[in-house]
Write a protein that binds this ligand. Structure first.
Ligand SMILES: N[C@@H](CCC(=O)N[C@@H](CS)C(=O)NCC(=O)O)C(=O)O
Length: 286
């Protein structure tokens, strides 16, 4: 593990969290991520991997400490990868001033506008570089069985990476995803800053637009809380995604509205078991 630093090893539910840092060639600096390795996996019996992309303001610690996804993943021998939400080593003008843009708010896209284009290359980082680093260093993980999930901005990341890369992920799930970023204030701000003003470019990074071109079943589980203030403020727009799917012949979307639940990790942890089982089924564990 020459190019990865282990900052902490934490035992939980029979497995281990590894809090790790590596030097990324894609983002040009140090990147943190956390890996959960269940007990009883080995190079001869490798575990599939579920990637979880976090939401605005988060580091890998929020889900590690409050998501409890690993409690359900451990007995199924499903490994979990929690990447960071943006590069951390830079200091562009305004990068740390707002909680919904810049650090902690990459939107998991490759920025084309300066200065962000220099290192906010999170799509390539999450889709290509980080899995390569993980699978080359952890032979107890199976590179052929990978699924993706996320929360809020991370739900947008999970849906768009799944839709942009047919066959790369076995299944997708999201809690409270930003499902139509071109049409909500968070997405408009981020896409203008990272991609510029051309709304045609935005469509390439918007799940509600991308899904119109999807072929085959979706293998998607989405949960949204009806008590979520960001849902009420029309930042998430899952209904637009559902309408886009309905206009096609695509099957396999499970969109559930959970009465009274908010945007927090109380919501994520409550439905974590359902999401883990959804992925476990598509990854051949159930
Ligand atoms: N900072 C924002 C809230 C940001 C927020 O809710 N972030 C979500 C993701 S979109 C989150 O998971 N926050 C971290 C946490 O709850 O642990 C505010 O004050 O309204």
């Amino acid at each position: 593990m020459a190019d990865i630093t282990t900052n902490a090893t934490i035992h939980s539910f029979g497995g281990r969290f590894l809090k790790l840092t590596h030097q990324s060639s894609t983002t040009g600096g140090p990147m943190n991520f956390t890996l959960f390795l269940p007990a009883g996996i080995s190079a001869s019996d490798p575990a599939p991997l579920l990637i979880y992309l976090s939401g605005l303001t988060c580091t890998p610690d929020n889900v590690t400490e409050k998501g409890f996804l690993h409690a359900h993943a451990a007995p199924l021998k499903l490994a979990l990868l929690y990447p960071d939400t943006s590069p951390r080593g830079s200091d562009h003008p305004g990068e740390h001033d707002a909680w919904d843009f810049g650090s902690g708010a990459s939107f998991y896209i490759n920025a084309t506008q300066q200065p962000w284009a220099k290192n906010y290359q999170m799509e390539t980082y999450i889709a290509d570089e980080l899995p390569d680093v993980v699978f080359s260093n952890f032979k107890e993980l199976d590179p052929k069985r990978v699924s993706i999930s996320g929360h809020s901005m991370g739900g947008h990341g999970a849906l768009t990476l799944y839709l942009k890369n047919p066959g790369k992920y076995q299944s997708v799930s999201a809690w409270s995803p930003i499902a139509n970023p071109s049409a909500c204030p968070w997405g408009e701000k981020a896409f203008t800053g990272y991609l510029g003003k051309d709304r045609e470019e935005w469509k390439k990074h918007d799940a509600t637009e991308l899904v119109k071109h999807w072929k085959g079943p979706l293998k998607a589980l989405l949960d949204v809380g009806t008590g979520d203030n960001f849902y009420k403020q029309r930042q998430l727009l899952p209904e637009n995604f559902a309408e886009a799917v309905k206009a096609t012949s695509i099957e396999g979307l499970q969109l559930r509205y959970q009465e009274g639940y908010d945007h927090s990790y109380f919501f994520i942890s409550t439905f974590g078991e359902d999401h883990i089982k959804h992925h476990a089924k598509h990854l051949g564990l159930l």
